[in-house]
Design a protein. Structure first.
Length: 518
């Protein structure tokens, strides 16, 4: 996500105050009441323990310390949540409520998010590790905006009147029209990289179309979804419309994906689990939408404004610790400026302040979990052993918490795992290219197709690339620009369907044709 349309401005003072590690700052006192309250699940408008009585631990990634115990829901709890969501959908009140009233409630959720912006951003920083300023300016602000944008659609869901004439009975007359109806009960499974924002991307369109929901946040980051659940009840959303099940993917998530009383599942996460979701959904042929992984190309031509392009390339990979599905993790640089760009991005990497998200000087926080730390450091070792060279970073930081160095790998080639596979960390592989024909083949040489960036002053070249690249989003002379009105989603193995914009409504609506004989 782009916090500042000019990343060059954000990074230009780094050299003047180099400090590669920001000190750890304590968790804000104001969060203690929330943290010390029991972390239950939301089912049918009530906060409940898991039927099994089990809980699991949630960690602060900046300190590796436990911050909360959370109810560990499984199939038995999913069963209760589905019953509550079915009741709210099949018997009302949600499905019987008019668009105008739904719109007011959804708008109110956006307002409440904004009113609690500091608290929600603090929860996100504590649970995910990201800098507080990023959590507040990006995650929280965009989440509020998503609800407000979607509130407008609740009163604009319309079918068509369609003139028809039967070839075998041309004198007969009909009045034919379509209705747009909610698909019903929706299971939504979300990841840990933007916990609150992913909940908003999923919940807001489901609610505006009149669906009811069972939401499962990631086991690493369940806290902001639980606080959002409280705000959703405070907004006046009826019981059973939004149910929140905390727990593990293999148990709670799998039970949602396979449940035959759930009409649709919306998933964001790894391509590997996305494929499991598709298989699990075959039982009742529920609809599936998927927002999956990426290995996105970010291209810098020699005619680009290099200051902007270098800062933009750094931002495209280091923002949110690189834990961004659309991160610009394959950097293609035209041969004549390759050394200059690699040196520029490396200098930014070396000067980024890595530390606790609660330290105001921090620009990059820890990775989300021990597992993700092991995964990313494993890729760093693999990259070097496969022949890449670290022009910046290349290893973990020697301190508690899951901190790694922002890393620029040069001399990378297309056969290396660091170029083919999604690392989901602050690691960019820089590769030279010669001309446009060569570039397009290289850029599209991936199983993924989520996003792409291009930096050039030649507008025709930029548009030719936008047309040729197989990706759901293309950014020209910018990167990671997101808006609730702009559709986002993947080509190829990056997913099915779109998030945001009016395109997302297709995920949650079905069309009924009605034909009246006159
Ligand atoms: P997953 O795909 O495993 O997790 C995403 C969500 O799916 C979580 O809520 C998880 O639950 C749930 N889940 C896991 N297994 C199942 C299942 N069998 N059935 C239903 N739901 C399931 O991602 P990881 O957290 O393991 O991250 C691994 C890699 O995935 C990352 O390194 C990154 O490459 C990629 N990723 C991509 C994301 C994207 O936005 N494209 C987001 C996150 C990760 P739980 O966490 O509770 O187990």
């Amino acid at each position: 996500m782009c916090l500042n349309p000019e990343p060059a401005v954000r990074y230009k003072n780094l050299k003047e105050c180099p400090m590669s590690v920001a000190t750890n700052s304590p968790v804000p006192e104001s969060l203690q009441p929330f943290l010390s309250s029991p972390k239950k699940m939301l089912i049918g408008g009530k906060w409940v323990d898991a039927k099994s009585g089990k809980t699991f631990e949630v960690f602060d990634p900046a300190s590796d310390q436990v911050i909360a115990g959370v109810a560990e829901g499984d199939a038995a709890d999913v069963e209760l949540a589905v019953a509550a969501a079915r009741k709210a959908f099949d018997q009302g009140p949600w499905s019987k409520m008019g668009g105008s009233e739904r719109s007011r409630l959804i708008w109110r959720i956006g307002e409440l998010i904004e009113e609690h912006a500091d608290e929600l951003a603090q929860i996100e920083t504590l649970d995910n590790g990201k800098p507080f300023a990023v959590a507040k300016a990006a995650d929280v602000a965009l989440a509020a905006d998503m609800f407000r944008y979607m509130a407008g659609w609740a009163t604009k869901i319309e079918g068509n009147t369609i003139p028809i004439q039967l070839p075998y009975a041309p004198e007969s007359e009909f009045h034919a029209f379509t209705l747009r109806e909610p698909v019903g009960v929706v299971g939504q499974i979300i990841p840990w990289n933007f916990p609150l924002l992913m909940a908003a991307w999923k919940l807001a369109p489901a609610l505006t179309t009149g669906c009811t929901v069972i939401l499962k946040p990631a086991e690493q980051t369940p806290l902001s979804a639980l606080r959002l659940g409280e705000l959703i009840l405070q907004a006046g959303v009826p019981d059973g419309v939004v149910n929140i099940i905390t727990g593990f993917g293999e148990t709670a998530g799998a039970a949602i994906a396979s449940h035959d009383q759930i009409d649709k599942v919306a998933f964001t996460g790894s391509t590997e689990v996305g494929k499991l979701i598709i298989n699990a959904a075959t039982g009742n042929l529920k609809r599936v939408s998927l927002e999956l992984g990426g290995k996105s190309p970010n291209v810098i031509y020699d005619d680009a404004d290099l200051d902007s392009a270098i800062a933009g390339a750094a931002d495209a990979i280091f923002f949110n610790q690189g834990e961004v599905c659309s991160a610009g993790s394959r950097l293609f640089v035209q041969k004549g400026v390759y050394d200059e760009v690699v040196a520029g991005v490396s200098e930014i990497a070396k000067n980024l302040k890595v530390g606790s998200g609660f330290d105001a000087s921090t620009q990059m926080g820890p990775l989300v979990s021990r597992e993700q730390f092991d995964r990313v450091t494993g890729y760093l070792k693999a990259g070097v052993s496969e022949g890449a060279e670290a022009a910046a970073g290349g290893s973990a930081l020697d301190r508690p918490g899951y901190f790694v160095q922002p890393t620029v790998l040069k001399n990378a080639s297309e056969d290396m795992s660091v170029v083919r596979e999604e690392i989901f960390g602050p690691v960019v592989a820089a590769m030279p290219f010669g001309d446009e024909a060569e570039l397009v083949g290289q850029a599209n040489n991936t199983a993924y197709g989520l996003a792409a960036g291009i930096w050039t002053r030649d507008i025709s070249k930029a548009h030719r690339f936008a047309k040729a690249v197989k990706a759901g989003s293309v950014w020209i002379n910018c990167y990671s620009v997101f808006d609730a009105a702009l559709p986002f989603g993947g080509y190829k193995q990056s997913g099915w369907g779109r998030e945001m914009g009016h395109a997302v409504l297709e995920n949650y609506l079905q069309t009924k044709s009605v034909c009246v004989s006159l």
